[in-house]
Every structure is written in C-alpha cells, then in structure tokens.
Design a protein around this ligand. Structure first.
Ligand SMILES: Nc1ncnc2c1ncn2[C@@H]1O[C@H](COP(=O)(O)OP(=O)(O)OP(=O)(O)O)[C@@H](O)[C@H]1O
Ligand SMILES: [Mg+2]
Length: 502
C-alpha cells in the first residue's frame, strides 16, 4: 500500500512541475543544486556587494569610463547599477573600513565569493636572518628569505649580459654583510666588485701574472695550500689530489685531458710531496708547485716527464705567479679575489685556485661553526674541462655539508647546460635567480626547471633586476628597482657613465 502511495506521489509531482513556467523550473533546479552545495560540499552562503570605483580627471572622461565599464560587465552577462546620488556611500564602502553602506547584495557560495579575493599569490616572507630580494611582481609584497633554511642553499644567478646578475649578487652580499655574521668571498674575473668590497672595508686580493697586487706589492696564493681540516677523511690528501689533478688538466689542456697513467703518476707525486708537511705541519714546509715539478721528474714513467714539462711554464716560466707561498692574510670577513689581470690564459687556473682557497676557508670556518658565502662569476668557464668540471661540482656538493653557501653566476647558460654535470648542479641548487634570458636558453631552462609559459614572461625581454626567484618549491616573479641616488648604488653599478661619478 505504501509503495503505491509513493508512486502516486511522484507522478503527481512530475505532472505538477511540468505545469510550471520553464524559468521557474530552472530556478527550482538551481536552488536544489545550491542546497546540495551547502549541505554536502562544505560551501557557505555569503552576501556580497561588488563595487567598481571609477575616477577620472574630467566629468567627460568619467562618463566614458563608466560607460566602458558597463560594456565590459554586459559582455559577461552582468549588469552594473550606477550609484547616482549615492557616490559618497559607494566610495566609503569601497575603502577598507569594513563598513558597507550600499544595500545592494546578492548571495554567493564560498567558491564563487573566493574569485573576488585576489590574495592567492604565493609569498616568500621569512623572518629571522632573511635577506631582501626585491618585490613580488604579483602582489608587490617584499620578498624576504634565508637561504640557510633551504635543504640545499647552493644558488645560481642566470641571465643575459646586463640583466643585473652581478648587481643581484652584490645586493645579496651587502645584505648578508649587514644582517648575518657569515664570511663572504668573491671570485671576480671582471674586477667589478672592488668598489663595494672597499666601501665595506673588505680585502681585495689582486692576482696578476706579474705578481703585482693591489698596492703594487706582490700578492700570491699558493695552490698547494692545505690544512688538516681539508677533508673529513683521515687524510686530507684525497681531495687535494683531486684538485691538483684538475689543475694539471687545465695546464696540459688538449682534447683528451688526462690519461689514466697521468693521473696515477700525479697522484703518487702529490702524496710524496705532502709527506714531510703532513708529518710536521709547519707553514714553512708547505709545498709549492716547484716541489711537485721536482717530484714528477723523479718518477720513472715518460708521462711524468711530459706533465712536468707542461708545468714548467708555471714553475720557472713566465706564468709562475702560482709558484709562491701564500703571502696574503685571508682573515677579513669580506674577501674579493680580483683575477681580471690574469688574462685569458690563466683565468680558469685562477678560478680553480681561488675555489680551492675558499674550500680551505670553508673547512676552517666549519670548525668555528661559521657559514661561508662564496660567489663565483663566469662559472661556466670551469665546466668546459671534464676533470675540472667534475671537481667543481664535487666541491659544489660538499659546500653544503660544510656550511658553505656557494653562488654561481653565469651569462652563458648554453655552456652550463652543455656540461655533463649540469643535472648535478641544478639538482643541488635550491636557490635560483633567473634574470632576462636569451630565446635559446629559455626553452632549455623551461624544460630543466619546469617553468610554465606564464612564468616565462618574467624572463623574456625584461629590464635589469626583473626575473624569477626559485626558493625550494616556491617560484615567484620579482622586481627589484634599486634607487639610483644612493651611495650603495654608486658602488654597485657597472655602467661606465655611472661608475665615473662614484
Ligand atoms: N636591481 C637593479 N636596480 C637598478 N639597476 C640595476 C639593477 N640591476 C642591474 N641594474 C643596472 O644594470 C647594470 C648592469 O647590471 P650588471 O652589471 O649586474 O649586469 P650583468 O648581468 O652582471 O652583466 P654581465 O653579464 O655583462 O656581467 C648595473 O650596472 C645597474 O646599473
Ligand atoms: Mg656581471
């Protein structure tokens, strides 16, 4: 009996609905949907007043704007009501006072309301020793972050010439100098960090083939320097031997690089050369390249003689600037190695040697629980030779564990990406500042770093100091317009006409 009654009821309600005007039937089903949303989809009902404020200099312009706005609304099936004689109430309701004086409202569910709240941008706003990196291009909020909180603080700064790479690096240095206690070391192949470093009372070490340093007195660093903390293995030698291999590879050059026999011979010679110093670590006993040269000559293999004769130029020949004991004190917290004068021939060697000196410092600082920030411009130069690339990437990876924060700066993304070590570099860098990119590089980077076309806009034909910042999983477009009428700007710019004024 009951079942019959139910059926009957359904038939009558259907018949009843078909009698309704179709508009009402549509509203009916929408109301049902709304009810379902509220009851089962965790939606709430909001009453919303949507105000469009038009302002213009002349009445005529205002009329036009209002007309244009109404047109746009109509195109999207909405009607704007002019608040004639209620302008003041309208304005007061639109400023963020939290008071609504306009009684026109309509009901919306949570998800529909959310569309009107444009606060869905990602932000990077950390506290503590966070540094400033510019404004978020989407929300105009400050970007503040601390690379030390990343799983891997290693960083890259990429961009075309003049896109503001060095400037961004200098900005970070200046901030880190003022906010943190970290040591900062720079490898400067273009001699452009001088003004900033001097202004901050840092130390500039100028390496040149003539050995003439910053004040005319010779400044030397010894590539054979080692300290007993150099590596966490029992013997600091394994890593040092790796470094000397890279150095020999650069010296010998050639397409094939070092052959297995060469490597064995060099490694043996290195071990012999360091033996007296390691037995009695007296700085006076620190070996120099000349000692390695002599030791190589003592080895029976013909390869040893070949390597030795390649080294000769750097030991007794005209490029012997690296055949001296270190005579500069590296105690300043801000040190810049200016290697511009080394010229093309010695530049890579210089970069490698500076990298090794920095590693020395990192190992010493670790014992004191101090971070070391290391900036290297023109990083791609080190990735061309296989052994050197492998060594640089190894150091790159080790830095993190030892409290180092390296930043590689390069305009030549193609070289960087051509390197076989590139995966390693990108995987080990959680911090990337990407400035304006050339068309070719853009496509490759998009793939490597998973960048959407939307985000790509921010590195396409942009001005200096604009781009994308990658911080862990966060990717934000940033804009950094540094005020030009400041002393800091004058010591950071590289524009010739502006440098002259400083
Ligand atoms: N954030 C910024 N705000 C204002 N000006 C900037 C900014 N970044 C860069 N500039 C201007 O652009 C100039 C060039 O920048 P920068 O020297 O950093 O270029 P670069 O990318 O290092 O070029 P290169 O590859 O040739 O070394 C700076 O000297 C400075 O005048
Ligand atoms: Mg530069």
């Amino acid at each position: 009996v009951r079942c019959e009654a139910g059926e009957k009821l359904e038939i009558t309600s259907k018949a009843y609905l078909s009698l309704l005007p179709s508009d009402l039937a549509t509203f009916g089903s929408e109301a049902k949907n709304l009810l379902q949303d509220l009851q089962s989809r965790n939606e709430r009902m909001f009453l919303l007043t949507f105000l469009v404020v038009n302002m213009a200099d002349t009445k005529r312009k205002l009329e036009n704007d209002v007309f244009a706005a109404a047109g746009i609304a109509q195109k999207n099936n909405c009607a704007l009501t002019r608040l004639d004689y209620q302008q003041e109430a309208g304005l007061m309701s639109s400023v963020p006072l939290g008071e609504n004086l306009i009684p026109i409202q309509r009901g919306l569910t949570t998800s529909s309301t959310a569309i009107f709240i444009p606060f869905i941008t990602q932000e990077l706003f950390q506290t503590g020793a966070a540094l400033y990196y510019g404004l978020n291009a989407l929300s105009n909020n400050m970007i503040l972050c601390d690379r030390k909180q990343l799983k891997n603080p290693n960083g890259l700064i990429l961009g075309t010439p003049g896109s503001g790479k060095s400037f961004a690096a200098k900005r970070e240095m200046a901030n880190a100098f003022l906010i943190t206690d970290d040591d900062i070391i720079i490898c400067d192949p273009e001699a452009e960090y001088f003004s900033l470093v001097q202004r901050l009372d840092g130390q500039v070490i100028r390496l040149s083939p003539t050995g003439k340093g910053i004040d005319g007195k010779p400044q030397y660093v010894n590539p054979m320097d080692i300290n007993l903390n150099y590596s966490e293995d029992d013997s600091p030698l394994a890593l040092k031997s790796d470094f000397i291999l890279s150095l020999c590879e650069l010296v010998i050059g050639g397409k094939e690089g070092l052959q297995p026999v060469d490597k064995t011979v060099i490694d043996r010679a290195v071990r012999n050369v360091y033996r007296p110093f390691l037995a009695d670590p007296d700085p006076e006993k620190m070996p120099i390249l000349g000692d390695l040269y002599d030791e190589l000559l003592k080895q029976p293999e013909p390869e040893a003689a070949r390597i030795a004769s390649a080294l000769e130029l750097y030991v007794s020949g005209s490029l012997n600037v690296f055949n001296h004991r270190t005579n500069v004190e590296l105690s300043n917290r801000l040190v810049c190695f200016d290697i511009k004068q080394l010229g093309k021939q010695l530049k890579k060697l210089g970069m490698l040697i500076v990298q090794d000196q920095v590693w020395n410092r990192v190992t010493i600082n670790r014992a004191e629980r101090k971070s070391t920030r290391y900036y290297m411009d023109e990083f791609h130069l080190l990735l061309k030779e296989e052994q050197t690339a492998a060594y640089s990437v190894e150091i790159w990876k080790r830095f993190r564990k030892w409290g180092g924060i390296p930043t590689a700066i390069t305009q030549n993304v193609k070289d960087l990406l051509a390197s076989r070590e590139v995966e390693n570099i990108f995987e080990n860098s959680d911090f990337v500042l990407m400035l304006n990119q050339a068309a070719g590089d853009r496509a490759i980077l998009a793939k490597q770093l998973n960048i959407s076309p939307q985000q790509m806009k921010y590195v396409t034909h942009t001005e200096a100091g604009e781009g994308l910042i990658f911080y862990g999983n966060v990717v934000l477009p940033f804009v950094d317009r540094f005020p030009k009428d400041t002393e800091l700007y004058r010591v950071m710019t590289t524009k010739p006409e502006e440098v002259g004024e400083a």
